[in-house]
Design a protein around this ligand. Structure first.
Ligand SMILES: [Fe+2]
Ligand SMILES: [Fe+2]
Length: 316
């Protein structure tokens, strides 16, 4: 059922979209190389293996190339998830196929998200391509299907028989986490300015998406029956954890390109990717998503709070 409406919610997240969205008013970011000033392509503390003995022993140019490829991975992974996962759900919402009752204005907001994500994909690839041309470190030709496929297969496992609902929830989780992830870089003065600028541009748009998907989740939750609420409440912590898990396929590929042999690659991956994102960082990145669950009433479900707490996601 679609309720008619024309101007859009007066104070909604997309009230000023035509003027403020990156795709509407932003300009193309041109990469300026600042490596001679000691700037890095990704914050060293967010590249898990830089201090590992096998990587620390590499010549400096190989370590720089690893950091450049770490940035490529971030840009490419975000791009693939947004166009292949987020936009699949944005389309369903926009075309009134989500099963959640929405106004025409809300559906148009979902099309605004669809446009935003397409533009984010374009400028993420553009930035990677410009950096490759300047630094001479090629963008590895990987399709990031492993991450997308893992989301799809876990959607089936977490809510058997409810794949569409599971996919929508994965998108809600991703879209309420991503702003915090993007906000880790712009304030970091050690990182090259163009990278920080692109992350800031992206975070601005994602702040609007975040508000949209929080409202969307509230409505979705309100429409679920008691059985589904219980199943969803118990599946959400796993979904949140999976959104934060590193995709090891491009990590292994990058380490191999730095001329580490297979044994050393596994040594590094085994040592550096065991503990997930770490408790403090997980808390920081997931805070808004957990708060959204709390405000929707997820923790009123018996056992839900304990389940979240077991994943380090207890509400504050
Ligand atoms: Fe995006
Ligand atoms: Fe988004």
């Amino acid at each position: 059922v679609t309720a008619p409406s024309s101007p859009g919610p007066a104070s909604g997240p997309f009230e000023h979209w035509y003027d403020h969205a990156g795709v509407r008013g932003g300009h193309r970011r041109r990469f300026v190389d600042e490596t001679d000033q000691g700037k890095v392509f990704f914050p060293a503390h967010l590249v898990p293996y830089l201090d590992h003995p096998a990587v620390a022993a590499l010549p400096e140019p190989e370590r720089v190339a690893l950091t450049v490829r770490h940035l490529y991975q971030f840009l490419q992974a975000t791009t693939h998830v947004e166009t292949r996962v987020v936009n699949r759900t944005a389309e369903r919402i926009a075309n009134g196929r989500s099963g959640v009752e929405l106004s025409t204005a809300d559906r148009m907001d979902a099309f605004k998200i669809y446009c935003d994500e397409g533009y984010h994909a374009l400028y993420s690839l553009d930035l990677a391509d410009q950096i490759a041309a300047t630094t001479g470190t090629p963008v590895p030709n990987l399709d990031y299907g492993t991450f997308v496929d893992r989301l799809a297969s876990t959607a089936h496992e977490l809510l058997p028989g409810e794949a569409d609902l599971a996919q929508m929830l994965q998108v809600v989780v991703f879209e309420t986490l991503i702003t915090a992830v993007l906000n880790e870089l712009p304030a970091d003065a050690t990182v090259v300015t163009t990278v920080r600028d692109v992350m800031r541009d992206h975070a601005r748009d994602e702040g609007r998406h975040h508000r949209f998907f929080t409202q969307f989740f509230h409505r979705l939750w309100a429409q679920l029956d008691a059985t589904h609420r219980g199943r969803v409440a118990h599946a959400l912590p796993t979904m949140i954890e999976q959104c934060l898990q590193a995709d090891l396929y491009p990590v292994r590929a990058s380490l191999a390109l730095a001329s580490l042999d297979a044994n050393r690659v596994e040594w590094v991956v085994g040592d550096c990717y065991q503990g997930g994102a770490g408790a403090a960082r997980t808390r920081e990145i997931t805070r808004a998503t957990v708060k959204m669950c709390q405000s929707a009433g997820v923790f009123e479900i018996p056992g839900a709070e304990e389940r979240f707490a077991a994943f380090g996601l207890a509400p504050e």
